[in-house]
Design a protein around this ligand. Structure first.
Ligand code: NAD
Ligand code: DAU
Length: 350
């Protein structure tokens, strides 16, 4: 049967790369992008595919159960790739309930809509839930997260993602829904909303504004280029074993302060500034509440069982990313106007 895939959150950072990959690579599939277009969703991310014959957009909030039912029946949806979420840890600290509403209730609404639409033939469809390595908590003594690491979420964001993962597994167990989950490390690349560390620093370096480093900048994250994550999602969707979980990561750990210094060095070169100019912008600020020390993914399972691995070296990906931001000033202007200004003032200047 020709697939008719509902991709949620397809106007966001990762979702837009997944939508573009699927629309372009699979002309026989219908790709329905469902997104509420919150502050993080932007149809400009999808310019390349908006006119494609196999692409449709639905502006719908996953909190609206009735609207979800209509989308499933109007488009005869056969499979789901669920990315829609509130995704920023700092926002989850100031407004945890928003994260419960979208990430937990929204995910359960989507599971219910799929279960209703696929009633009697649940074994013929796939519900793919895209999640995060943050559900595993924080690593303090070396080691890596593997698929069986016990959940230990530490922030309201990761607690809401952990809850959504549990609901997906509960629907697989209780109703025999075919599901698959992947948990990925930190993504970076084009279209990343500039509230997150890498695009925030790129934007601030460009504008000679302070670079806010939380605590001492010693926290460690594992970084993966967003298009490699989209390729991994394609791989898991087509080759993953239903009921399984796959960890996705870049085998690429960095301390925050080292990433900020790398961005400063590269941008001084690209902008023709004296070496050391941008580093002077580094400002150590109050630490994030409950800040997880280290995340590190062991992505051996997806590598060995499904044959996926990252394609880009980090410095190559960072060069592409900086160049994209320097060449897409309009995109940055659009997303940093309006409510972004209020968020930035409240978060960094109060
Ligand atoms: P994002 O914030 O850039 O995009 C989220 C998208 O979801 C936006 O387009 C937004 O409009 C949409 N959305 C939010 N609430 C919605 C709602 N109630 N109904 C419908 N749409 C809604 O997020 P992202 O960084 O692209 O992350 C996508 C997914 O991947 C999330 O589930 C996130 O937890 C997961 N993830 C992200 C990373 C990362 O490094 N960014 C890593 C691992 C997993
Ligand atoms: O690990 C996967 C997760 O990565 C995803 O599930 C989340 O959706 C995504 O936002 C990301 O979470 P992080 O909290 O790791 O990303 P963020 O870019 O917000 O922060 C990266 C690190 O940089 C973290 O240790 C906090 C720090 N930081 C962040 C900001 C925004 C700063 O030092 N200064 C900042 O201004």
């Amino acid at each position: 049967m020709k697939k008719r895939i509902l991709i949620t959150g397809g106007a966001g950072f990762i979702g837009s790369h997944v939508v573009k990959l699927f629309v372009e690579k699979y002309p026989d599939y219908l790709i329905v992008n469902l997104d509420a277009l919150t502050y993080a969703g932007n149809l400009e991310n999808l310019k390349e595919v908006e006119g494609a014959a196999n692409y449709k957009f639905e502006k719908v909030d996953i909190q609206d159960a009735e609207a979800l039912d209509s989308v499933f029946s109007n488009h005869q949806i056969t499979d789901v790739i669920h990315l829609a979420a509130e995704s920023h840890v700092d926002r989850s600290i100031t407004d945890p309930l928003a994260f419960v509403k979208t990430n937990v209730i929204g995910t359960v609404n989507l599971l219910n809509a799929a279960k209703k639409a696929w009633n009697g033939e649940l074994d013929q469809h796939l519900f793919y839930h895209v999640s995060t390595d943050e559900v595993y908590g924080s690593l303090h003594d070396g080691g890596f997260f593997i698929e069986t690491t016990p959940y230990d979420p530490q922030s309201p964001y990761s607690a809401s993602k952990a809850a959504s993962d549990h609901f997906v597994r509960a629907y697989a167990n209780t109703y025999k829904m075919r599901t698959v989950i992947s948990n990925c490390s930190n993504n970076y690349g084009p279209n990343h909303f500039p509230e997150k560390l890498i695009p925030l620093c790129i934007n601030n370096i460009k504008n000679m504004k302070p670079l806010p480093v939380y605590g001492k900048g010693e926290n460690v994250r594992d970084w993966l280029f967003v298009k490699d994550h989209a390729r991994a999602i394609d791989t898991v969707f087509h080759k993953g074993e239903p009921g399984e979980t796959y960890n996705i990561g870049g085998f690429n750990e960095w301390k925050n302060i080292d990433i900020v210094r790398l961005l400063c060095k590269k941008m001084d070169e690209k902008l023709g500034r004296e070496p050391g100019t941008s580093e002077q912008l580094i400002t150590f600020v109050k630490d994030r509440a409950g800040h997880d020390l280290r995340y590190a993914i062991d992505a051996t399972k997806i590598q060995k069982e499904l044959g996926w691995e990252p394609s880009l070296q980090f410095e190559e990906g960072i060069d592409l990313t900086i160049d994209w931001y320097l060449e897409n000033q309009d995109w940055l202007d659009h997303v940093t106007s309006g409510s972004y200004q209020d968020y930035y003032r409240e978060h960094y200047e109060s």
